[in-house]
Design a protein around this ligand. Sequence first.
Ligand SMILES: CC(C)(COP(=O)(O)OP(=O)(O)OC[C@H]1O[C@@H](n2cnc3c(N)ncnc32)[C@H](O)[C@@H]1OP(=O)(O)O)[C@@H](O)C(=O)NCCC(=O)NCCS
Length: 181
Amino acid sequence: MRERMRLPMGLRLRPWESSDVLAVREAFAEPVMERQADVPITTLADAESWVQTRQEQWRRQVAYSFAVVDGSDTALGGVTVSNLHDEHATGWVSYWTAFAARGRSVATHGCRALADWCFTDLGLFRLELGHRTNNPASCRVAQGAGFAAEGIQRQKLVYDGIRYDVEMHARLATDPRPGPV
Ligand SMILES: CC(C)(COP(=O)(O)OP(=O)(O)OC[C@H]1O[C@@H](n2cnc3c(N)ncnc32)[C@H](O)[C@@H]1OP(=O)(O)O)[C@@H](O)C(=O)NCCC(=O)NCCS
């Protein structure tokens, strides 16, 4: 199973490393990122624990989380496949990009490479993801990575007392590869 992949624009995917702790803490300091983590990440120790959890999940083969890094090996974002279901060969994809690196196709390239890896190295057949309908950037990432929209789950999530619709997307191993970014 490959652990490192070269992407366009000098980007690479690799597993999270202890050297990423500072970048992780900075990325999760943004309020909009709070919901991308299962526990709050405010200190370096929190970030270190987050990285260790990703490494542990990889060892246990329950989820595979990659850093998307630039040419100087700085983590700009993350892409993950989790909720792996062996019988049906499915997985759930998620992604984020650090605020300073947004709008440079980091998430789109990362998500494309993750999908290719899931189909080839993990042998998955169907990858799913969902985004709140008020998150158009995430929708564009899904589309750019070849995940077709499959419908709205009405008022699926509740944050701060407000319910949100979620749009589901999926990509199959047999779907056409997406065109150039
Ligand atoms: C969503 C997110 C991952 C996008 O990351 P990114 O690296 O900036 O994404 P990319 O540069 O690959 O692509 C962004 C696309 O969204 C578009 N976009 C960006 N902001 C947008 C907005 N407010 N409205 C509409 N489209 C927007 C860009 O133009 C681009 O579209 P294109 O492919 O047609 O050019 C990033 O904003 C993020 O991390 N947000 C917080 C966490 C999050 O929401 N994760 C997804 C949860 S489902």
